[in-house]
Design a protein around this ligand. Structure first.
Ligand code: G6P
Length: 612
């Protein structure tokens, strides 16, 4: 969702701000804007546009220069995408400018208070209320006024503020929305996402909740809202510029699909103990209390949203079957408002690629409030969820830019398999079985390579369905969540209506939809329930449905029942979703690109959903 970027130094920062915004385009947005100020003349230049950053660039004039600036991409929540609603917002006296990620929940009461003092509002946003609240506290110190205003705020924020009478500093603060400060030589930056600053510096300071940064050209002062000075660590960014570029691929999504052999190696690195037939997860073991609670848990909740919720479902199948612990998977948005039963034998695992999803974070906080141990499976290092949880497993899949999650999904499934083996080996799983699974894990990258080598054939099949109106995805067991994920991928980027079902459930409704125009994708690999899936395929064929099957190499029978077959190699049951999902990711990609759609930034979607 929204992204923010800022600069203070001796150089003109317009191009940095624009590039910084382009780096966070992937998060999803519908308008953008910036303001820059020239320190000497105190002149300001503001530009805003609805639509893409390229439209903002078109509005640039040579006179748009400044050595201090703040910029923003907005994903509309309060008020439609419009120039008036886009950021930066300015206070009534035109002196304070502000960019804001997050939501001010008590904006109505604050607005009334400010209106009674004579303030007028020109947009429908909660942010305009915040900038005027700061003005209402201002005497001669923007830092002090910002702190006072933030004491009144309920909600979430990552903000950047400038005051035109104090051109030597930028003020930033965070509560619940990511914010980091990049440290340069006689220049400093801030951003909501490391990718905005990675081309400029490796040194960053991550702000924690209720912290404020006063950023000058040559120094940064960190404080909490109570005005106490804080000593913060400067950390090294662990990503390279090339990781956030397309590397010759047409789209980030395609690059990320093809990266999966490598990203899985990164997820496994140092975590497999082949000789012991088990796994080793440092982020869990370093917290013995949490680790013990996990191994001895009577109940595990896994909470997540979107694609992460699908990997959670696979985790449920894995943990129940191999580690024999009862697992319940919940949409985080439901969990947070229910009254789930949590005892001292309950562990809650939150899965989130971004580590910032508002519902997952809130559900996690609710679980902690009720006394559960919490574990995070996140991809983004230093993300809010990774900080809030008691222990965790990083995915190490590298930055995922395509809005439709691909490599993070396979790494999540891998991380869940690593956890499953670890718990199971403390319990009933034999060395022989553990060894077999971890050995298969190591083979997966090569197996994925062989599926990716077949991409041209998968593309040919996909193109036959580019004009389809509906799709059905069916799978059973470990591959039922993969069917859900295949359907989600297709609707996210191709806007074709698609549904995923457990194959047998088809008889209870979806079968009514089947006719010659309805492509049905079956995941029918040779496992214990293969014969059952074959029966379901016959039911579809009897109604003239068009069948595309993801099948095992060497399965000749399946050809007779299917219109199109995509063959993949086999692995052990619990790892099979990591292979079966790959052709489904490719099918979505090829159909969406054939329809001429922007697969990396599909309409209305955001990469990181930081609002409820
Ligand atoms: C958004 C993204 C999805 C993602 C979901 C959960 O909807 O578009 O790709 O699966 O959020 O995100 P998370 O970062 O928590 O995994």
């Amino acid at each position: 969702m929204c992204g923010i970027v800022g600069y203070i130094g001796n150089k003109d920062c317009v191009s940095f701000l624009i590039e910084g915004l382009q780096r966070v385009e992937y998060r999803g947005y519908d308008s953008a804007g910036f303001i820059v100020m020239e320190e000497d003349s105190m002149k300001t230049h503001m530009k805003k546009s609805v639509g893409k950053i390229i439209d903002l660039k078109k509005k640039l004039k040579n006179s748009d220069k400044g050595n201090i600036g703040i910029a923003h991409t907005r994903w509309a929540t309060h008020g439609e995408p419009s120039i008036a609603n886009s950021h930066p917002h300015v206070s009534n006296n035109k002196k304070i400018h502000l960019v804001h990620n997050g939501i001010i929940e008590n904006y109505i009461s604050l607005q009334k208070k400010l209106e009674s003092k004579g303030y007028t509002f020109y947009s429908e946003t909660d942010t305009e209320i915040l900038v005027n609240l700061i003005e209402s506290y201002y005497t001669d110190d923007i830092e002090l006024a910002t702190k006072k205003a933030l004491h009144d705020v309920k909600g979430t924020y990552g903000i950047g503020v400038i005051h035109i009478d104090e051109p030597d500093k930028l003020i930033v603060a965070r509560l619940g929305s990511p914010l980091l400060i990049g440290i340069g030589e006689n220049e400093n930056y801030f951003a909501s996402d490391t990718s905005s600053v990675v081309a400029k510096t490796d040194d960053v300071v991550y702000l924690d909740d209720k912290e404020i940064g006063i950023i000058y050209k040559d120094r940064v002062i960190h404080k909490n809202l109570e005005d106490e000075i804080l000593e913060k660590n400067v950390e090294k960014i662990d990503i390279e510029v090339q990781e956030i570029e397309k590397d010759g691929y047409d789209h980030f999504m395609l690059k990320e699909i093809f990266q999966q052999p490598r990203t899985l190696i990164d997820t496994m690195r140092g975590r497999i103990l082949l000789d012991e037939g088990t796994t080793n997860l440092g982020g869990l073991k370093q917290h013995p209390e949490v680790y013990d609670a996990l191994i001895n848990a009577e109940k595990i909740y896994i909470i997540a949203c979107g694609t992460s919720w699908h990997s959670a479902l696979i985790g449920e199948y894995m943990i129940e079957e191999y580690a024999k612990i009862s697992v319940e998977v919940e949409y985080a948005s439901e969990f947070r408002y229910r009254d789930p039963i949590i005892t001292d034998k309950t562990v809650v695992i939150a899965i989130s690629q971004s580590g910032e999803t508002a519902d997952t974070l809130a559900a996690l906080k609710e679980a902690k409030r009720k006394g559960a141990y919490t574990i995070g499976l996140c991809n983004v290092v230093g993300s809010t969820i990774s900080k809030v949880t008691d222990a965790g497993v990083y995915l190490h899949a590298g930055p995922e830019i395509g809005v439709a999650s691909t490599k993070a999904f396979t790494s999540q499934v891998m991380a869940l398999a690593l956890i499953t083996v670890d718990i199971a080996r403390h319990k009933n799983m034999s060395f022989r079985e553990g060894y077999k699974i971890v050995k298969e894990m190591k083979l997966l990258p090569t197996l994925i390579d062989s599926i990716l080598d077949n991409a041209p054939a998968i593309k040919d099949v996909s193109l036959k369905f580019k004009d389809a109106k509906n799709f059905l995805y069916l799978g059973r067991g470990f591959n039922f969540p993969v069917a859900l994920e295949g359907a989600l991928k297709l609707k996210e980027i191709s806007y074709i209506h698609a549904e995923g079902y457990p194959a047998a459930e088809m008889k209870h409704g979806p079968i009514a939809l089947i006719d010659k125009d309805m492509p049905v994708v079956f995941i029918a690999i040779k496992d214990a329930i293969y014969e059952k899936v074959i029966t379901n395929m016959k039911e579809v064929k009897a109604r003239n449905g068009v069948i595309i099957t993801i099948a095992s190499y060497g399965d000749e029978e399946i050809e007779k029942l299917s219109d199109y077959v995509i063959k993949i190699p086999d692995t052990t049951n619990l790892l099979m979703p990591i292979l079966t999902v790959i052709p489904l990711q490719l099918i979505s990609y090829y159909i969406a690109t054939a329809r001429g759609l922007d697969v990396d930034m599909p309409r209305n979607l955001a990469k990181s959903v930081t609002v409820e």
